[in-house]
Design a binder for this molecule. Structure first.
Ligand SMILES: Nc1nc2c(ncn2[C@@H]2O[C@H](COP(=O)(O)OP(=O)(O)OP(=O)(O)O)[C@@H](O)[C@H]2O)c(=O)[nH]1
Ligand SMILES: [Mg+2]
Length: 235
């Protein structure tokens, strides 16, 4: 079984689209799946929409009432799910569910132990009309993170791993909005690979990526470099 873990905050409009995209991507494939939304008490009708979707799709929602944050939501979701393979993706339709089969097949064939949906490998694309600022805002953090992981798109939030390879959550110190990089570094994955994706801009709802989150990411990077270099990590 594949668990598809999707962190959500105020994504009510996107939920039916994600559920349909995942169902279409996995139709006729040899796997069963569960789609798990980890919602931080959005109060925007998400719970009702999810209950309605659950009548026709293998979908459920865990609502966290006392915590906020993308990274901790992903860890929570991985722990609350039960598939042998875990795929993490965003709810805003930026990540194409159609890439999931290729990602899972690489794990199954043993070709790779960490498969990333990637904008920055051959065949990967971003929306044509990204401003120079937005491109830099995406590429600079990726370049800063690359020495830690040799992945072209380490800031992608779209990845697949086998559950047994997930590092123990007591070893993770998630801050901010990206968790794939930390799971990659602490899980000591040996055979990463990247599947090219087209990254679409969100059509519904608003971005939660704030300047504060970007600064948090810099703190997070310093910690990961310290970890890698076996220095004591600053808090
Ligand atoms: N549970 C939970 N999910 C979150 C939180 N913040 C963001 N998310 C979800 O994480 C995913 C990515 O958030 P986005 O706002 O799209 O951020 P982004 O993709 O980095 O930035 P954009 O390129 O502007 O879309 C979406 O599915 C969000 O709903 C949070 O605090 N809690
Ligand atoms: Mg997004």
């Amino acid at each position: 079984m594949i668990s598809i873990v999707v962190p959500t905050y105020k994504e009510a409009e996107n939920l039916p689209h994600v559920a349909r995209a995942v169902a279409d991507a996995l139709a006729g494939r040899p796997w069963t799946y569960e789609l798990l939304f980890i919602d931080d008490d959005s109060q925007d009708g998400s719970e009702t929409i999810c209950a309605e979707l659950a009548k026709t799709h293998p979908v459920r929602m865990v609502v966290r009432k006392d915590e906020r944050g993308l990274a901790t939501a992903v860890i929570h979701g991985i722990e609350a799910s039960s598939g042998d393979v875990v795929v993490v993706m965003d709810a805003d339709l930026s990540h194409p569910a159609s890439a999931i089969p290729a990602m899972v097949e690489r794990l199954e064939r043993g070709e790779s132990d960490f498969v990333l949906g990637s904008r920055y490998v051959e065949g990967g694309t971003i929306h044509d009309d990204w401003s120079a600022f937005r491109k830099l805002n995406s590429i600079i953090p990726s370049l800063l993170a690359r020495p830690l992981c040799h992945l072209r798109d380490p800031m992608s939030g779209f990845f697949a791993i086998r559950r047994e390879d997930m590092p123990d959550s007591s070893r993770l110190s998630p801050i901010g909005y990206k968790i794939a990089l930390e799971i990659f570094v602490k899980g000591e994955f040996q055979r990463p690979s990247e599947v090219p994706i087209h990254f679409s801009d969100r059509q519904y709802g608003e971005s939660k990526l704030s300047l504060k989150e970007q600064l948090n990411f810099l703190r997070h990077l310093v910690r990961l470099y310290a970890y890698r270099l076996h220095l004591s990590a600053p808090s």
